[in-house]
Design a protein. Structure first.
Length: 203
């Protein structure tokens, strides 16, 4: 794998986890193709190779749909970056997302049960994730957004999501406001984040 071209592509991707996922996909492709992905740049048959790669992952590696999709997408995005047209049959199902049936979705009553035994910070965390945000977005929330306890609930708030770059409109409920009134006065305001993992220590 020619890391110069790969690094050039990866440097334009802001998410560290996405870069890691893409690099992993390219390494799997190299295992299949026995050559680096850069050898496909400008190849008019690149789409057919991607189709075969996807089928190989499903049949030989026994990857589940979502894993095979993510790895194939790494190759597709790399080649698109270098202006290589990728044509593949939609019937192959490369971009199909499979809903996991083994996951258990928490109900509101289960969250309430968790909240009844949680400490103050844990209650804040539960309320934050009930806003429907991604974990990465929730971890970057700043406390000033929630310093609105002088308003009457439901209190509308707008949060900019990182992946889509679009605002997510949600609201602070009366229950969430009550918890915030206890939580905000006790955090280190020099730290801008709502969920502080460690306390600032003096040197």
């Amino acid at each position: 794998m020619e890391m110069t071209k790969v690094n050039d592509w990866l440097e334009g991707i802001p998410s560290r986890s996405t870069r890691k996922s893409y690099l992993n996909g390219l390494k799997t492709f190299e295992e299949f193709y026995q050559k680096g992905v850069e050898s496909l740049i400008g190849d008019k048959n690149a789409g057919k190779v991607v189709e075969k790669f996807f089928s190989w992952m499903k049949e030989e590696k026994k990857y589940k749909q979502n894993t095979a999709r993510v790895k194939a997408n790494a190759v597709i995005q790399f080649l698109k970056y270098f202006d290589t047209p990728i044509k593949y049959r939609k019937s192959i199902g490369i971009h199909k997302t499979e809903i996991a049936t083994g996951e258990h979705r928490l109900s509101v009553s289960e969250l309430q049960d968790m909240g009844s035994v949680a400490n103050l910070k844990e209650q804040i965390i539960l309320e934050v994730f009930m806003l429907g945000l991604r974990v990465s977005d929730a971890c970057r929330l700043k406390w000033r957004i929630f310093d609105v306890t002088d308003q009457e609930p439901p209190i509308p708030v707008e949060i900019m999501t990182r992946k889509e770059g679009q605002p997510a409109n949600t609201f602070i409920s009366a229950e969430f406001k009550e918890i915030l009134e206890k939580y905000l006065p006790n955090i280190d305001k020099e730290n801008e984040y709502l969920l502080v993992s460690t306390k600032r220590t003096s040197r």
